[in-house]
Design a protein around this ligand. Structure first.
Ligand code: ATP
Ligand code: MG
Length: 654
């Protein structure tokens, strides 16, 4: 066994072929793979013409003459907002609902494409009056209300770029992102609703701008929370005053395909967030193409709901740009899944007849913990496609999702991608792919991925290695904002010995006999136990496959005998909590892992906990658990959702 590969030991043999009924109606066909294989660049050029309206058509597809800096469709011009708005109205679809918005307290708004277009035109005029134009950056710090999307689209309509900062981040995080991109305008709200209360946002903007010189000239404030706000005359303006007074006409101008569209920071799961730059034409092409085909979208009849906040890449590509470019009808929900009751999401699906539902494994596992009796109270029969993103989905969570939310029949697309990739890179296509729970499986047509060992040679099944993207792709990041050296160093320097530069994603994966891809977790998290390199994902999935477990996180901790030892942190399902003592549960689960994977993966310690440390986007931060397991001081926790959980966990271990 080559020492540079990851041992892949979990055997998942369940298979789910698409139903004949689903396959008969799907919009995607195997011809997509065929066309992409025949001529990859021509395939993407075709998709760019099919999915995007060009103000000026492009004549070159890819310029890769100075890698790793790519240009796609570089001599073409487009307006991204026009693509998401005006063209649908001009095509006669102005009356179609673009957004069914649901506020946390139960208020709601229904916004058609015609209305959304009109509102974005006014907002664009209002922002232009404040001096925003091409080359500028607008920071957006908002609750999940329609104005967040309107502000994004108004910004890019003017050829400016946005930097959306998740509304749950602190004043310091906001300030560092404002400074990093030299934003001149901040769009925010007085406050937003979360867990039954108004949380202030404007106050955080004030705090962020309180000290030192800042590039920010104005702050536009949407009235949402009706909470009291402080006002800085000359700087602060109410959104409604400015936007209502603005000219309703605004003609969208074309901008170069490589015009910056946005900068967005990674989730910070593995360290300090990186400011990722995306541009216009290639990004929109891949976002729209994948949104249509991965979800089998029928814009005339589907009601689509992606639960991500616009503060994350999923909210950029699969709430704002992909769905709106495709003229989809979507649900947008402001609040948390458990307010005012644990059935809130299912109630929303029932109310709007959601047919395509896209969420994260962390949410699915928290519903598993609470129990199926909650979703079972609602009518979820409208659902026909389910999606997962953000982390590997454990096979047991996959099965639960399909059975309890998808009536045992809905295909699940497990979509692997990153802030950096801009759009989905690996996912089955419903209606075409025979699904395997826990595997993201198939590269998207036109995407080239390889699994390599540390030495840059291809790893053979069933061993795992490093996932790399071998050819440039349309939605690829164009850089780290203001730091080309860090860009090269972080993503393109792993395999200097290879002829052509490869993008190193930081994730481990293996390919099975059918050529399907299974993600094995972060390469940084791989454990080395007695010379075996073990995947966190597989051991966690083995733990979650036991009926008492809702969620698990596994880390490698220094061990005198084995180099590293497996240490697991486990959350028990609500209805199992009193069934056995912690010691009994640990013993049972240790045996269970041996049975599922083998003695090599037997956890040295299993700690029963009630929470796990997660980023604000819901991903497990294993490096903090490793700090605890090895008795070190806990590292950078700035993107942690709940900073008290680390204290509780480390107290428990003392
Ligand atoms: P940082 O780069 O700052 O550590 P992050 O990697 O969490 O943060 P994102 O871009 O939000 O930031 O997440 C991308 C990562 O999420 C991927 O590299 C992968 O580890 C994980 N991921 C996303 N989707 C999947 C999936 N379907 N299966 C497995 N892993 C996934
Ligand atoms: Mg990352």
């Amino acid at each position: 066994m080559p020492s540079n590969s990851i041992d892949s030991l979990l055997h998942e043999t369940r298979r789910f072929a698409p139903t004949a009924e689903f396959s008969a109606q799907t919009g995607a066909s195997a011809d997509l793979y065929k066309a992409a294989k025949e001529d990859r660049l021509e395939f993407w050029a075709d998709k760019a013409r099919e999915y995007v309206h060009w103000h000026k058509p492009f004549t070159e597809t890819l310029d890769w003459s100075t890698p790793p800096f790519a240009k796609w469709f570089a001599d073409g011009e487009l307006n991204v907002a026009y693509n998401c708005l005006d063209r649908h109205v001009l095509a006669g679809n102005g009356d179609r609902v673009a957004i069914h918005w649901e506020g946390e307290p139960g208020d709601n708004r229904r916004i058609t494409y015609a209305e959304l277009t009109a509102e974005v035109k006014r907002a664009a005029n209002a922002m232009a009056a404040l001096g925003v134009g091409q080359g500028d950056v607008v920071a957006i710090y908002m609750p999940l209300i329609p104005e967040a999307i309107i502000a994004m689209l108004a910004t890019v309509r003017l050829g400016a770029a946005h930097s959306v900062v998740f509304g749950g981040y602190s004043a310091e995080s906001l300030r560092s992102r404002i400074d990093d991109a030299s934003a001149t305008l901040v769009v925010t709200a007085d406050g937003g609703w979360r867990k039954g209360k108004v949380f202030p946002l404007k106050a955080a903007v004030d705090a962020a701008l309180a000290t030192g010189e800042s590039t920010v000239k104005n702050v536009l404030v949407v009235k949402r929370g009706d909470n009291d706000v402080q006002w800085t005359e000359g700087r602060d303006l109410w959104w409604h005053d400015q936007v209502e007074a603005a000219d309703p006409e605004h003609e969208a101008q074309g901008f170069p395909a490589e015009n910056p569209l946005f900068v967005l920071y990674t989730s910070g799961t593995t360290g300090k967030p990186k400011g990722i730059l995306h541009t216009s034409g290639g990004y929109l092409t891949q976002a729209a193409f994948t949104h249509k085909n991965v979800f089998d979208l029928k814009p005339e009849t589907d009601v689509y709901w992606c639960t991500a906040d616009v503060g994350w890449i999923t909210g950029h590509s699969y709430v704002t740009y992909g769905p709106l470019a495709n003229g989809a009808t979507q649900v947008l929900y402001e609040g948390t899944p458990d307010t005012p009751n644990q059935g809130r999401w299912w109630e929303i699906i029932q109310k709007y007849g959601v047919s395509i539902f896209y969420t994260a494994p962390t949410a699915i596992r928290s519903f598993m913990k609470a129990g199926r009796q909650i979703p079972e109270q609602y009518d979820l029969r409208s659902i026909r496609v389910l999606g997962s993103v953000g982390e590997p989905i454990n096979p047991e969570a996959w099965i639960w999702y399909r059975n309890v939310i998808g009536a045992g029949t809905a295909p699940i697309v497990d979509t692997w991608w990153q802030t950096e990739t801009g759009a989905i890179m690996v996912s089955g296509l419903p209606g075409l792919t025979t699904l395997k729970p826990g595997a993201a499986q198939v590269t998207i047509p036109g995407i080239k991925i390889d699994i390599l060992g540390e030495d840059g040679t291809r790893v053979d099944p069933p061993n795992g290695g490093l996932l790399v993207v071998s050819e440039p792709w349309p939605a690829m990041l164009r850089g780290i904002w203001g730091d080309p050296e860090r860009f090269k160093e972080t993503y393109w320097s792993k395999f200097p010995q290879l002829d052509s530069p490869k993008y190193f994603a930081g994730d481990g994966a293996h390919v099975d006999e059918d050529g399907d891809i299974w993600l094995l977790g972060r390469v940084d998290d791989v454990m080395n136990v007695s010379g075996h390199r073990l995947s966190t994902t597989e051991i966690e999935s083995a733990l979650v496959s036991n009926h008492i477990v809702a969620e698990a996180a596994v880390v490698g901790a220094a061990d005198e005998a084995t180099g590293q030892a497996v240490v697991a942190f486990v959350i028990i399902k609500s209805n199992q909590e009193s069934a056995q003592t912690a010691a009994e549960a640990s013993a049972l689960l240790r045996q269970h892992v041996v049975k599922e994977i083998g003695a090599i993966a037997r956890p040295r310690d299993i700690f029963i906990v009630s929470e796990l440390p997660k980023t604000r986007s819901g991903k497990i931060m294993r490096r903090l658990l490793q700090d605890v397991a090895e008795g070190r001081e806990i590292g950078d926790t700035t993107t942690l959702a709940d900073t008290t959980v680390m204290q509780i966990i480390s107290d428990k271990l003392k």
